[in-house]
Write a protein that binds this ligand. Structure first.
Ligand code: KIV
Length: 272
């Protein structure tokens, strides 16, 4: 059965929710076949797939292009699409126009945007227009320059209280769920208890209502040291390089293609 934002929201307190990112058709198919509840077309696209060193260069056109591919790979999982940097911060009109494009052109079931109190007017307007919104608090990567780097947030009592207050405001503005990134577990537990919508953690410990990971991180398809909160369930980078090395070796040594991979003149064959 198709996971809707309403069904997603109803799972709070019943069972942990599972979300992963996807950026293209095969990663969407993998997530769908693994039975995840939700897929996020994250602006982590910038780092995971496009080779940027932050999410800031990611554009609306990038998000729409990749969302369309993910849409084609999903039938059951909820599809949430990130609003990229500067697609909603300037004001309500921009937020409406751009979220509308992510739904209409990209096929999003819901959008996600970063920030607390300053983006409440945008969230209210989107929800009033019928576009479900997922909030994002704690470490908000689009504010990396303001935060002074990718750091754990909410460590002081004041900072923790601000995150909890922002979570209440986002719920009140109509968010159906929140992502909470890189905060101590005690802060995550407070946020979880402060709101009635699911809190999906990344680097926020086990107290959340669900978890999200970047799919390339969990598959080990990254280069360089992953953050401590990541668990790598496979080593795709090494596995893929090994497969390509073997192919190269076989081509150079004349061992590929063999007769099995070759069409013969006398037979009428199809390509497959
Ligand atoms: O862009 C993204 O992948 C995200 C997750 C880290 C939650 O926002």
């Amino acid at each position: 059965m198709k996971m809707t934002t309403v069904a997603f929201q109803e799972q709070k307190g019943k069972r942990p929710l599972v979300m992963v990112t996807a950026y293209d058709y095969p990663t969407a198919r993998t997530a769908e076949e693994a039975g995840v509840d939700a897929v996020l077309v994250g602006d982590s696209l910038g780092m995971a797939v496009l080779g940027y060193d932050s999410t800031l260069p990611v554009t609306m056109e990038d998000m729409i292009h990749h969302s369309k591919a993910v849409r084609r790979g999903l039938s059951r999982a909820l599809m949430v699409v990130d609003m990229p940097f500067m697609s909603y911060q300037v004001g309500v009109e921009d937020a409406l126009r751009n979220a509308g494009r992510l739904v209409q052109e990209g096929g999003a079931d819901a959008v996600k945007l970063e920030g607390g109190e300053p983006v409440v007017p945008q969230i209210r307007a989107l929800v009033r227009s019928g576009i479900p919104v997922m909030g994002h608090l704690g470490l908000t990567p689009q504010s990396v320059h303001q935060l002074g780097g990718y750091k754990v947030q909410g460590r002081s009592p004041d900072a923790a209280a601000r995150i909890v207050e922002d979570a209440r405001r986002l719920e009140e503005a109509g968010c159906f769920s929140l992502v909470l990134e890189c905060v101590p577990q005690s802060v995550a537990a407070e946020v979880r208890d402060a709101v009635s919508v699911p809190v999906i953690g990344i680097g926020a410990g086990v107290a959340c209502d669900g978890q999200v990971l970047v799919i390339h991180d969990l598959l080990g398809w990254t280069y360089g040291k992953p953050p401590r909160f990541v668990k790598q369930y496979a080593n795709f980078a090494e596995w893929a390089a090994q497969a390509v090395r073997t192919y190269a070796e076989e081509v150079r040594e004349g061992r590929f293609p063999t007769v099995l991979h070759t069409y013969q003149d006398e037979k009428k064959e199809t390509v497959s």
